[in-house]
Design a protein around this ligand. Sequence first.
Ligand SMILES: NC(=O)c1ccc[n+]([C@@H]2O[C@H](COP(=O)([O-])OP(=O)(O)OC[C@H]3O[C@@H](n4cnc5c(N)ncnc54)[C@H](O)[C@@H]3O)[C@@H](O)[C@H]2O)c1
Length: 364
Amino acid sequence: MKPTVYEGTMASAILVTGGAGYVGSHTVASILERETAPDFEIVVVDNLTNAYRAEGHKKPEAIRIIEELTNKKISFYELDLSDKQGLSKIFEKHSIECVIHFAALKAVGESVQKPLEYYQANITGTCTLLEVMRSYGVFKLVYSSSCTVYGEPERLPIDEGHETGRGLTSPYGKSKYFCEEIMKDLCTSDQRWKIISLRYFNPVGAHRSGRIGEDPAGIPNNLMPFIAQVAVGRLPELMVFGNDYPTVDGTGVRDYIHVEDLADGHVKAVRLFQQPGFSGFHAVNLGTGTGYSVLQMIAAFKSASGRDIPYRIVGRRAGDIAANYADVSLSHRLLAWRATRTLEDMCADTWRWQSNNPQGFKSS
Ligand SMILES: NC(=O)c1ccc[n+]([C@@H]2O[C@H](COP(=O)([O-])OP(=O)(O)OC[C@H]3O[C@@H](n4cnc5c(N)ncnc54)[C@H](O)[C@@H]3O)[C@@H](O)[C@H]2O)c1
């Protein structure tokens, strides 16, 4: 028989915080595409600070489209994680078995300007969630962490044994590190907790349907959405920060991972909760193990889209590192997961999403 994502009680629910956002929505899609249990449900909580809901609709666009694509219903609550009472009501109403926690603010530069807002949303929000989980006897959590917790790499590829927390420059990166530390302490204090912290490398790409994808508000912070917006004519040119790094062509190298592979990694993490004897805190890298430079990304996108990508080399950006890519052996061993999609897939899927939806979800 095909394994379901979650073989819990009859009416099991997975709570997905931030499920209307980029990685969260693709994970919700991936779970629903695989889940076969009849009474299983997905419950999404999102305050819509970084997700779009069209006028007159109850659910954000990403959620509405996933319902269309999968022909399954998703329970949606517009709620901020700091609303402990509201969150408790959701735990009263649904039979929640485990939580996948995406909700956070994520713009590194903005976090330097607004540290309190970032600590409030990312750390206090996480503590509130953990408190409510504990009071309802829910001890299984998959957490969205980041390779940012490693700071400047001492070795490459970076494995999970690499030190974390040293030399972190942004409140965003620190918030991810602090949350991991809080979760480790929690697991030490109470053996019932099972927490998997997934350290993402650089998520890119879009659902293969081209109907959901990354939809950054304002000027994108990340390379791929920036390239895509240049290709579609929304932005005039790309700025490449530095071409004098000790890398293959002087530009920064990162480990890009297709968001659908990343989403599948969450499905595998949820399945791991069912393994007898599994408990405690586990940090796992999700990447491909291969790095590509900025110029290699531009070339790949140009070929996938057939569009020219005008770019200009400018000086290095403070805080950027030369290269970063993951040691992915633990994800293979522990999660039985590996990324299967190629750089061509990442570019083709991003382009399908961007060219079908030049203004993001507002176009759909
Ligand atoms: N995308 C990346 O490059 C990347 C890399 C590493 C880690 N992460 C982490 O993955 C998670 C998801 O990232 P994403 O790219 O999908 O971001 P996103 O902004 O698209 O999604 C986050 C969602 O959470 C919601 N949200 C934010 N604060 C909230 C709060 N206090 N209460 C309720 N909802 C709230 C937003 O409205 C949004 O829909 C984040 O925790 C992020 O830090 C992302």
